[in-house]
Design a protein around this ligand. Structure first.
Ligand code: ADP
Length: 445
């Protein structure tokens, strides 16, 4: 296939399309997976921050009196609270709903309305910028590039005056670290998967195109063989005409040429007819008109028809019908006639004088069996698989002299296939051949 440009390019294009489509789907899946993972991490974190901030907000608000002033009760709520501009050691909180501060990276800050830090607790770098925004959720970045997710809630005094902000947040460093790993795995995994997909696509495209390529090769071979077969008689006719169309050609020469032209014309007609039959059976299978065919009558008729040819070749041709009841199949009588006729013609042609040809007809439970048995020259076992190929002749010179263009068995096989049947050969060199045609019996018989 790689030597044929059209097939090679088509295979490349097909593989490219497969790989492109699969690559697109894989990338979509990878991006979707990454986004879903990031979303689930962040939404879980938001949920936890929200629940802690909500509880603190409800507990603290009632005890706040003066805007921007931290009441001592706040420190009771959060024992580890460190008042701004004082030095504090980190103390673990005892209150159960603040247990989250004992976990990695959480912090709480109290900020005035103008953005001045009042106090903080938990793991918070001193240089984390303080921002006061109307949006409740913020993402902050510390100078060391660690990101923090923060929720700012406005606190009110008992008189409903704005007190300041409570900011609850957490470091995103572990989530960011995790997502860096996921990104890395996807960045390495995706191209590797794409490479494997590309290799698989190339192989799959090759497999998908193989039957098309085979039939294309067969067609090419068929066209070349047909052209070759047509060329030979045409060249003979031309050579004869050229030698006759000279001033010194006699009447006898002209008659000789005409006889040659007639012979070659017959050969050409047979060949064209065979090609037409073959292409018709190939294209349509069975003709539109199908009928019930009585094989007993068909075999008897054929043996009768070919008896003159058999006598002329000094060969005994007989029918052996091993049943009293008619054996019937469904199909085209004309095509079946042609099938068996081709086998009988071959049997007579490839059997020397004094030989014997017997046409057996029998049946098993589901099939009709027609066997054409001869005591002829036989077919070498290595050739037996190829004799059904179009234009194939076992020994070109011998068969050209005796037989046709090598289409007889190809036509027989095409007809058998069109009738859901098979054709097989058993042969021994020098002893004879038996061709067996198996056809499905008519269902209601
Ligand atoms: P052809 O028109 O040359 O006979 P076929 O397709 O009918 O072509 O047969 C293919 C080849 O098979 C023949 O060339 C011949 O060599 C071989 N063959 C077919 N039938 C027989 C037979 N009964 N005995 C020996 N050889 C046979």
């Amino acid at each position: 296939m790689k030597h044929n440009r059209v097939f090679h390019t088509t295979r490349l294009r097909l593989a490219g399309l497969y790989a492109g489509t699969m690559g697109f789907i894989l990338t979509l899946c990878a991006v979707g997976f990454y986004e879903a993972m990031a979303y689930s991490h962040v939404s879980e974190l938001n949920h936890r921050i929200e629940s802690v901030a909500g509880t603190l907000h409800d507990g603290l608000e009632a005890s706040l009196q003066q805007p921007g002033k931290l009441e001592p009760i706040v420190q009771e709520f959060i024992p580890s609270l460190c008042i701004a501009r004082t030095t504090c050691a980190y103390k673990s909180t005892a209150t159960h709903y603040l247990g989250v501060f004992q976990e990695y990276g959480y912090y709480i800050r109290f900020v005035t309305l103008s953005g001045q830090l009042l106090a903080s607790a938990g793991e918070i770098p001193t240089d984390l910028p303080v921002r006061v925004e109307t949006e409740p959720w913020q993402t902050l970045e510390a100078p060391d590039r660690t990101r923090y997710k923060q929720l700012s809630l406005l606190l009110k005094t008992a008189n409903q005056d704005a007190w300041g902000y409570m900011q609850v947040g957490r470091s995103l460093s572990d989530i960011d670290g995790h997502m860096v790993w996921v990104r890395l795995i996807l960045l390495i995994g995706l191209p590797t998967a794409m490479l494997l997909v590309a290799i698989a696509s190339w192989w799959l495209a090759g497999q998908a195109m193989l039957p098309v390529y085979r039939s294309y090769r067969q067609m090419q071979q068929f066209t070349a063989d047909a052209a070759h077969e047509l060329r030979t008689p045409l060249a003979t006719i031309r050579a004869n005409l050229e030698s006759t169309l000279t001033p010194d050609a006699t009447d006898a020469d002209a008659w000789d040429t005409l006889r040659t032209v007639e012979r070659q014309n017959g050969r050409l007609s047979r060949l064209v007819h065979d090609l037409l039959v073959l292409s018709r059976v190939d294209l349509q299978g069975l003709p539109a008109k199908q009928e019930s065919c009585n094989l007993n009558d068909l075999v008897n008729d054929l043996v009768e028809e070919f008896s003159a040819l058999a006598i002329a070749s000094n060969i005994s041709l007989t029918a052996d019908i091993q049943t009293n009841t008619p054996i019937t199949v469904f199909g085209s009588e004309e095509q079946l006639y042609r099938l068996v006729a081709n086998l009988i013609t071959n049997a007579i042609q490839y059997t020397p004088a004094s030989g014997q040809v017997i046409v057996h007809l029998k049946r098993d439970d589901h099939h009709a069996l027609i066997q054409v048995q001869d005591t002829g020259i036989g077919i070498p076992s290595k050739e037996q698989a190829r004799i059904f190929d179009r234009f194939y002749r076992v020994n070109s010179d011998r068969s050209r002299h005796t037989g046709g263009a090598g289409l007889g068995l190809a036509i027989a096989q095409a007809i058998a296939k069109a009738h859901q049947g098979t054709i097989q050969v058993k042969s021994e060199l020098g002893k004879g051949s038996t061709f067996t045609v198996q056809l499905p019996l008519r269902k209601d018989k």
